[in-house]
Write a protein that binds this ligand. Sequence first.
Ligand code: ADP
Ligand code: MG
Length: 270
Amino acid sequence: MQQHNDALIRAENLRKEYSHHHLFAKKSDSFIAVEDASFHIHRGETWALIGESGSGKSTIGRMLLSLVEPTSGTVVFDGNDVSTLSRPHKRDMRKRMQIVFQDSGSAFNPRRPVGEQIAFGLIQHNICPAPEARSRIIALLERVGLEASHYGRYAHEFSGGQKQRLGIARALATEPDFIVLDEPTAALDVSVQAQILNLLKDLQQERHLTMMLITHNLSLVEFMSDRAGVLDHGVLVESGFVDDMFRQPRSDITKKLLDAVLEPNVIGAA
Ligand code: ADP
Ligand code: MG
């Protein structure tokens, strides 16, 4: 267990309202996807954000990364309110925060070698010049369980598990401090899920990563996280230590999701 002393990222009263404009009715209505969410994630921990489909999990993840603008509320990253950062500082922050999602393979351009696409991120962020990028990406591919020869391959040549490894490699390329894992194993077989989760755990130790794990699967939470929050229709209804929460769930949604876990120890058994 690591020592968690301070927060790397902090959400303060985050709120997201989506508006739907009806072109012909000349009216618009709005929908509150996230209401007044406050939490913090300590350096080096994996904080889990739990909730059913549509509860607002991805919206929160995207607001943390500045991919979706909050309607109100604040994201504080490494002591700075991200909405007040200057352009160069914002660029620097973007590089330090990355995301891995369920279908990472679909984010690769099917017509370009995957290694080149990952290297492009490095060059774009001025992390290193092109000749060096190639060798760095090859080392990274090998670290996530792929091979040097995969550098020149195309996305469709990879299995689901390998695509997730590629997604992880791309997220790690800019040497981030914080990674949002948005249902990272939801599309994979259980045995492959365990491999990917073990890889993520090892990488976290090695690279001192802070992570947010978004999932509805409480067996993943048990395996990956000490602390978590539970979202129900955009409202953070419960948060605290996973052990306590699972032993004495307070919200109906936590009870429901616990009931859905038939074999709590499957993940990580491989
Ligand atoms: P989750 O990741 O928990 O499944 P999301 O954050 O994706 O939930 O979505 C929460 C709610 O917000 C859903 O009802 C979804 O339909 C709605 N929503 C998400 N993105 C948008 C958008 N860009 N415009 C309008 N509504 C959206
Ligand atoms: Mg989602």
